[in-house]
Design a protein. Structure first.
Length: 324
């Protein structure tokens, strides 16, 4: 259940990226309904004749019905609702852990469920505050927190022995490097949100028909974000090399670490595509999804490395021998 819930969570990330890349964030100017309907219209004739007056006051008179944008935002909301249902089912599946003594899995699942409810409320504020940059960023950060919690539950519930072989004294070093790697990834994601906010301003100024000119309007944030990716790549390579050199080739942790490298390369490639090929709409959600997937996989490796400390059942690590 946790794995399937994680898949739906990443679907929400993709859907949200599509919404932003197509400028559909206000495709539904109200919440939770869309143009006052539970099922949005497909053409303007289905709306009241004065719909611009009804919703234009809130949107400073800039409301114009666009079926594609409306349904893009509406589908994003539906995916969000489905994810909420999946997280609730994960919570139900965690109830037996209350009796087995491993109560933390239940309480983490409960926390994820409650935060998802708060995330829904925050999503409403994204609409009511008309895509205010701070609210959008908080919305993204909370999504990452929920992903981390479910990754913890998934890794913990499915933890098995011999997934990682550590050389003597290497656990502390790998743990420290892992924290640095995740911190850099999170900082890069936050830089990306700043770039996206600058891009929103460029879009307002130039319009969606001038994609090739957006990059020129982004300013210093874009160049910092682009240059910082070099540091992120170097530190990740050092970390992955360290994971593999501590006897983990062929282990679960080793395979995930190698996957992180390929995902990081793909993320950089999508960033290059956006920078030099006019910010194509398809590249934006892919770039964001790779970023969230990367930090999630980094977190899994960090959990496995620290298995003796964080992945315990009744106070006893779930490994059967000296290898974790």
């Amino acid at each position: 259940m946790a794995l399937n819930t994680l898949i739906t969570l990443y679907s929400v990330v993709i859907a949200g990226g599509v919404v932003r890349s197509t400028g559909s964030g206000m495709g539904c100017p109200d919440w939770p309904k869309c143009f006052g309907r539970w099922v949005p219209p497909t053409e303007a004739s289905q709306l009241p004749a004065n719909y611009k007056e009804i919703y234009g006051a809130k949107l400073k008179g800039e409301v114009e019905f666009n079926a594609s944008k409306t349904w893009t935002e509406y589908i994003n909301r539906l995916v969000g609702v489905f994810t909420g249902i999946m997280i609730f089912l994960t919570l139900l599946a965690s109830i037996p852990f209350l009796k087995s003594g491993n109560k933390r899995i239940f309480f983490l699942s409960l926390t994820a469920f409650l935060l998802t409810g708060f995330q829904g409320w925050l999503g409403a504020k994204v609409v009511s505050f008309e895509l205010h940059p701070v609210i959008v960023t908080l919305h993204m950060l909370l999504a990452i927190v929920i992903v981390f919690i479910l990754l913890y539950v998934f890794t913990w519930a499915g933890y098995v022995e011999k997934v990682l072989t550590l050389r003597e004294g290497s656990e502390k070093v790998l743990s420290g490097i892992g924290i640095a790697v995740m911190a850099l990834s999170l900082f890069q994601i936050l830089l990306g949100t700043q770039v996206r906010e600058a891009m929103d301003l460029a879009i307002m100024k130039l319009g969606y028909g001038a994609r090739s000119q957006w990059i020129d309007e982004l300013g210093a944030n874009f160049y910092i974000h682009r240059s910082f990716s070099i540091l992120v790549f170097v530190v990740n390579v050092i970390w992955i090399n360290r994971v593999l050199k501590t006897g983990n080739k062929g282990t679960v942790a080793g395979k995930i670490a190698i996957a992180c490298l390929w995902i990081l390369i793909a993320e950089i490639v999508t960033g290059v595509v956006m920078a030099y090929f006019g910010v194509p709409a398809f590249a934006q959600p892919i770039h964001l999804t790779f970023a969230i997937l990367l930090i999630g996989l980094q977190f899994i490796v960090w959990l496995i490395v620290n298995g003796r400390k964080y992945l315990k059942y009744n106070g006893v690590a779930l490994s059967g021998d000296s290898r974790v």
